[in-house]
Write a protein that binds this ligand. Structure first.
Ligand SMILES: Nc1ncnc2c1ncn2[C@@H]1O[C@H](COP(=O)(O)OP(=O)(O)O)[C@@H](O)[C@H]1O
Ligand SMILES: [Mg+2]
Length: 331
């Protein structure tokens, strides 16, 4: 029997009671790992669903705990599916655990989904942002800074050329807005100080962009895809540090995001590999005098958080994801 290892271990986004009651039979075995019905993070629910669907299809499905699994554990598997990915390993164990995590995925004999190369491509935001740019997708003007060898004068040139009086700096390997900072009236001193702070925290690359006022006014359109198909979308804004979610009311805009997202997935599949799941986030506004609002791609996530609320189809997304994984493995 072939074995699938699912990398899990976040403490994020618990499932709803409704979803628990629907899948109580398969979810209750999580007690073995000290996960009880009152708080089941989404990745444990995904693991459970892959186990349910996988076992029906003749696979053994086991968990691999992101913060501690070793190459020996990984090699017990024929396939590995990462839900807990590199950014989490950095959050729980710093650069040391991040490098370990990536090395295990690089060295294991198991086939890894998404592959280690793909995970690195997405985590190193500058790599996929440059890819998007060369492929002709809208992104916002971004300066990519390597903290090991940057020149603050070059950064100032970018700021002056784009006439930026308010910038944001966000590090690669950051998530949930960690390391995100707005700097008003940027100058050499303010920028150097913040970059040295990030360097001390072990970040290696950062992105610098204009602070876009409309970003939060219009909100991000987050589109979720599985098996190459659009599954659901929602709009997210921030209010007093909390995420606020709503439906995408502008149907024309959603249609446009879907067309761009589909094309991007086809490009990634051609140039890299098929993604079993992915989230593409669109934000507002790209500079275009001919249109009042033009959205650009802000971010790609290949292991996105999936709640089990309304926008995520009440947990149906877990089943779709599990089915698509088994399909890809069996193909
Ligand atoms: N250029 C920008 N201008 C204004 N706000 C931004 C900009 N880039 C990101 N943000 C805000 O910061 C949040 C986090 O940034 P994001 O690029 O999504 O990184 P991550 O989700 O990996 O932390 C976004 O949801 C958005 O609210
Ligand atoms: Mg984001």
């Amino acid at each position: 029997m072939k074995t699938i290892g699912v990398v899990i271990g976040t403490t994020d986004e618990p499932i709803t009671e409704e979803y628990y009651s629907k899948r109580a039979n398969t979810l209750s075995h999580l007690e073995e790992y000290d996960i009880y019905s009152d708080y089941i993070p989404y990745d444990y629910a995904i693991y459970s669903e892959i186990k349910r669907v996988g076992e029906k299809n003749g696979f053994e499905v086991i968990p691999l705990f992101g913060d501690e699994f070793t190459l020996i554990d990984a090699n017990k598997c024929d396939y590995i599916f990462s839900v807990f990915e590199g950014v989490y390993s950095f959050m729980v164990g710093g650069l040391g655990r991040y490098n370990q995590y990536m090395n295990i995925l690089k060295k294991t004999k198991a086939k890894v989904y998404p592959s280690q190369k793909m995970q690195e491509f997405i985590i190193k935001k500058h790599k996929y942002m440059k890819y998007l740019d060369t492929k002709g997708y809208n992104i916002t003007p971004t300066s990519f800074i390597n903290l090991k060898k940057y020149n603050v004068k070059t950064i100032m040139k970018f700021i002056e050329k784009n006439k930026l009086n308010q910038i944001i700096i966000k590090p690669e390997l950051g998530a949930f807005k960690t390391g995100f900072k707005i700097i008003n009236n940027p100058n050499e001193k303010k920028i150097s100080e913040y970059l040295s702070k990030l360097k001390k925290e072990d970040y290696t690359n950062v992105l610098l962009q204009s602070f876009i006022e409309e970003f939060n006014k219009f909100g991000e359109i987050k589109t979720y895809w599985s098996g190459g198909k659009f599954i659901y979308a929602y709009r997210q804004r921030w209010l007093d540090g909390e995420g606020v979610f709503s439906q995408v009311e502008d149907k024309q805009l959603l249609r446009e995001c879907k067309i761009i997202g589909k094309k991007l997935l086809e490009d990634i599949s051609k140039d890299h590999e098929n993604l079993i799941q992915c989230r593409i986030d669109f934000a507002c506004c790209a500079n275009n005098d001919k249109r009042c609002r033009e959205f650009f791609i802000n971010e790609i996530e290949i292991s996105p958080t999936i709640g089990s609320e309304h926008y995520e189809l009440y947990g149906k997304a877990y089943t779709l994801l599990a089915n698509n994984l088994i399909k890809e493995i069996s193909s």
